[in-house]
Design a protein around this ligand. Sequence first.
Ligand code: OOB
Length: 550
Amino acid sequence: MTTAFLNPDTPTWPAEFAERYRAAGHWRGETFGGVLSERAAAHPDRVAVVDPAGTRRAWTYAELDERASRLAAGFAARGIAPGDRVVVQLPNIAEFIEVVFALFRIGALPVYALPAHRETEIGYFCSFTEAVAYVVPERHAGFDHLALASRVKERTPTLKHVFVVGEPGEHTALSDVPCDPVDTGHTPQPGDLAFLQLSGGTTGVPKLIPRTHDDYIYSLRGSNEICGVDGDTRFLVVLPAAHNFPMSSPGWLGALYAGGTVVLSPAPDPATAFRLVESERVTMTGMVPPLAILWSEAAPATAHDLSSLELILVGGAKYSEAAARRLEPALGCRLMQVFGMAEGLVNYTRLDDDYETVVTTQGRPISQDDEIRVVDDEDVDVPQGDYGHLLTRGPYTIRGYWRAPQHNERSFTEEGFYRTGDIVRRTATGHLVVEGRAKDQINRGGEKIAPEEIENIILSHPSVHDVSVVGVADDYLGERTLAYVILRSGTEPLKPAAIKRLVRERGVAAYKVPDLVEFVDAFPQTGIGKVSKKGLRSDTASAGPAPARS
Ligand code: OOB
C-alpha cells in the first residue's frame, strides 16, 4: 500500500477512490524520477531534449538522467529537502527540464511560474508557498530577472537560494550546483505531491494546484495513447513549458514518458517555429487558438518543409469552428482539439472521430473514470444535450487546492466534484462543446486573467472610486480585457494610459494590463445591487467603441 507522504496541505482522494483507480490500472505506482531512470536504462542514446536556442544542444536520455541526478544531489547538499517548495521561472530551455527532474528526484515541489510573471506574482508564490529557492534565467525577453530575484529574496524570509541560468550576480549559478550523487535515504512515493501548478484563477491571487506523481503520470499515459505518442514522436514546445497544456497534453512530459524527443522552441511565432519543424523533423505540437490562426495563415506561403508534422493540438480557449476548418488544409496535418484544465480533467477529440466532430467539439475525457456532470444553478443534472455547469471528478482531477480550505468549499461539491466554472453541453457521443463560462475569469487567447486581481490594483489609485474589469469579444484573441472605471467626483479626469501604466508598474505579467479602459458614471446593477459583469459584457457587445476608451 502506498501512503501519501507529503499531502498534509491538501485534501486528497478518499481511500475507496484511490483503491479503485489503482485496481483499474490508472495509478501504477510510478514516479517521475523513476520513469526517467527507466527510460535512460532502456534507450540511453536516444535524444531526449533538443534546445536549439543559441548553440544547439541535444541531451540523450542518459545525459538528462545523469544531469538530473547530479543537480538533485547538489540541491540536497544545499539543504533543499523533501516537500520544500521551489519556484521555477524558466523559459523554454533545457535547464527547465533538468531542474524539475532534479526536484522530482529529491521530492521537492516545483512551483511553476510563467516567464511573464513579475514581482507581484513571484513575490506571492514565494511567500505563500514559503519557498526555499527560486530558479531564474539571468535575462529573458529583455527583462532583468536578477534584480527581481534580489527584491523578492529581500522580503521573503524563507527564500534561501536564488539559482540562475547564466551569470548569477549576487546569487548562485545553476551550473555550480551539481555534484556527485549520494544516497539521501529518501525516495519519493507515487502518491506524494510532485509539484504545484498554477490555476487560471478567479480571485485576487492564483490558487495552487497540487498534483501527485500517480495522478499526473496517468494523464500522460492516457494522453499519449489518444494522441499516438511513441518513441518516434518529436514534440515541439511552443507555449511556455511551465503551462499545463504543453507539459502534459501530451506535452513534453508525455513525449519523455514515451521515450520520444522534446524540441524546445524559444518563441511561438511561425518564423521561429517553422524553421525548427523543418530542421528537427517535428511531428507534433500544441498551441492556443490565436497561434493556430497565425500558423494557418503563415503556412501556405512558407518556404520551410512542414511535411514531418502529423498532429497539432489546439486548446486553452475556444477555437472557432471557422478557424478550426482552416488548420488541416493549411498545415497538411491532423487537428485535435483539447479542452483541459490544470486542475485535472482533459478532453480530446479522437484521431478516429469524424471531421465534423473534430471541428465542432472540444473532445471527450481521457478516462472512462472521468465522471462528468452537467448541471443547472441548483446542481441538478440538465437533460442530455442541454447547456449547464460542468462538474467533474476522476483519477487525475484534484480534490482541493493547496492550503485553501475556504476556497475549496466553493470550488468542490461535497461529493468531491470540481466546479470547473465552464458552461458546456454534452453530445450524444459524450463529446463536450464549450459554450462559455460562469466563473469570473477572462480567457485572453488562452492566458487566464482574474478580473479581481486587476480590479484591486486599479482601486489603489486615489482618483478611482470603483472599477470593473471584463472580457470583450475579439476576433483574434477570443477576448480582450476592458476596465470600466468610475472616478471619484471632483477629481481631475484621467487618461486610459494612466490606468494601464498603474497596472504595469505594479509588476504583474504584461498580458494582465487592460487592453481597453473606459471611464463611466455607473455600472449596470443587478437585482441585489452588485455589479453585473454579464450586463457589462452584453453592453459592450452592442455598444461599439466608446470615445473615452482606448
Ligand atoms: C488549460 O488549462 P488552464 O488551467 O490554463 O485553463 C483551464 C480553463 C478551462 O476551465 C476553460 O475555461 C478554458 O481554460 N479552456 C477552454 C479550452 N481549453 C481550456 N475553453 C474553451 N475551449 C477549450 N478548448 O487551458 C489547458 C490545460 C490542459 C490542456 C489544455 C488546456
